[in-house]
Ligand binder design. Structure first.
Ligand code: PLP
Length: 400
């Protein structure tokens, strides 16, 4: 099919949730490159929004899918699943958690975290502790509970009444958080580095204070690492940057390298609040998802891709900061590892994204003032060096 035929089919039959997409349909990918139907190459600096951590068609990922699919794809959670147990072990042995549950997406992992926090207090004889405090500008998903948790009205406004007992406070304001806590609060849930609102890292001191406050007030601390986890920020888990450990954290996106899987990861004694029948999933943790995720996570760990993310992220942020010196309308370059945002004083982000696209580079825009880059963790210095002069020349078009 031609691109125009695909677009026509999409417009006729697919619900219009994504509006006008970028005018491309990819045919194949390898490493950081994607090719469209006409054979034009694109360098992927977005990685499916922090998903394709190993790049496209990584042999470890492809082989894991093929090998497991040839054996069997699915069985119910009525039965023991080897790859599920092994993936849980791999996560536990490389993180601060004690137990894992597998879901199919980030939102679903977060739903599980919310349920677990409430259930923990209920089983401790405190059923009144059900309120969850989140942060403004956060993003936790599109299901009704995670939408209520998301501290951005634009996602919520058409879906009232929202799931009750969620409230958001400003990030990096410990007094606001302390004031919002009541006898009903069961958890604080936050992204240590916010992604969807344009790469906003929390202050280290703030996160330390949040941890201390949660301990003092008998409240669970949940980190949503769906976007910032798994090497994205230069450490395997973003919490490692802050010198604290969450009680519960969630993963998704990069975990399956493009195959859908999410994970709810919890310390004890919280994890044990889930007892038989308290939670479940048909697809969650199935053999194909877990074999795939095991291959992805093993590769991230064994090939030290967190270190590459730290090094390449530092280099990318350095180069972008150099461009900031040349182009006065760049307000800020921020981020950690390969989670990078550029904020402009002019509303040029969407147009700039299209100009990068025309030149064969995929980046994301957040609103009209922020460009976001989340390239695969395998990116090289050469990839960055190829892009920077292209970006520089596009930015020059906006110099006053
Ligand atoms: C921090 C965070 N949490 C949760 C989600 C929702 O994940 P999913 O789209 O897999 O449900 C996202 C997606 O962008 C996210 O960035």
């Amino acid at each position: 099919m031609t691109l125009n035929e695909i677009i026509a089919l999409d417009k006729k039959y697919f619900m219009n949730t994504f509006g006008d997409r970028m005018p491309v349909c990819f045919e194949k990918g390898e490493g950081i490159k994607l090719w469209d139907l006409d054979g034009k190459v694109y360098y992927d600096f977005l990685a499916g929004i922090a998903v394709s951590a190993l790049g496209h068609s990584h042999p470890a990922l492809v082989n894991a899918i093929v090998e497991q699919a040839q054996k069997y794809i699915h069985c119910s959670n009525y039965y023991y699943i080897e790859s599920q147990a092994k993936l849980a072990q791999l996560i536990v042995e490389n993180s601060c958690c004690d137990k894992v549950f597998f879901a199919n997406s980030g939102a679903e992992a977060n739903e599980g975290a919310i349920k677990l926090a409430r259930l923990y207090f209920r089983k401790r004889g405190k059923p009144e502790k059900f309120e969850i405090i989140t942060l403004e500008k956060s993003f936790h998903g599109r299901t009704l509970a995670t939408l209520a948790a998301t501290g951005q009205e634009k996602y919520q406004k058409n879906y009232s009444p929202l799931t009750p007992k969620f409230l958001s406070v400003p990030m990096n304001d410990i007094d606001a958080l302390e004031k919002a806590i009541t006898q009903y609060t069961c958890a604080v849930m936050l992204e240590p580095i916010q992604g969807e609102s344009g790469v906003n890292p929390a202050n280290k001191e703030y996160i330390r204070q949040v941890r201390e406050l949660c301990n003092r007030k008998d409240i669970l601390l949940i980190f949503d690492e769906v976007q910032c986890g798994l090497g994205r920020t230069g450490k395997l888990f973003a919490y490692e940057h802050f010198g604290v450990e969450p009680d519960i954290f969630t993963l998704a996106k990069a975990l399956g390298g493009g195959f859908p899987i999410g994970a709810l990861c919890s310390k004890e004694p919280f994890a044990s609040a889930f007892e038989p029948g308290d939670h479940g999933s048909t697809f969650g943790g199935n053999p194909l998802a877990c074999s795939t995720a095991f291959a992805v996570l093993s590769t991230i760990i064994n090939e030290k891709l967190s270190d590459n993310s730290a090094n390449m992220g530092e280099y990318l942020i350095g180069e972008l900061t150099r461009l900031k010196g040349k182009h006065s309308f760049i307000n800020e370059v921020r981020g950690k590892g390969l989670m990078v945002g550029i904020e402009f004083s002019k509303p040029i982000a969407v147009e700039l994204k299209h100009k990068c696209f025309d030149k064969g580079y995929l980046v994301g825009s957040v609103g009209n003032n922020i460009i976001r880059m989340l390239p695969p963790l395998i990116i090289t210095k050469e990839d960055i060096d190829r892009f920077i002069p292209v970006l520089d020349s596009i930015l020059s078009e906006y110099d006053a």
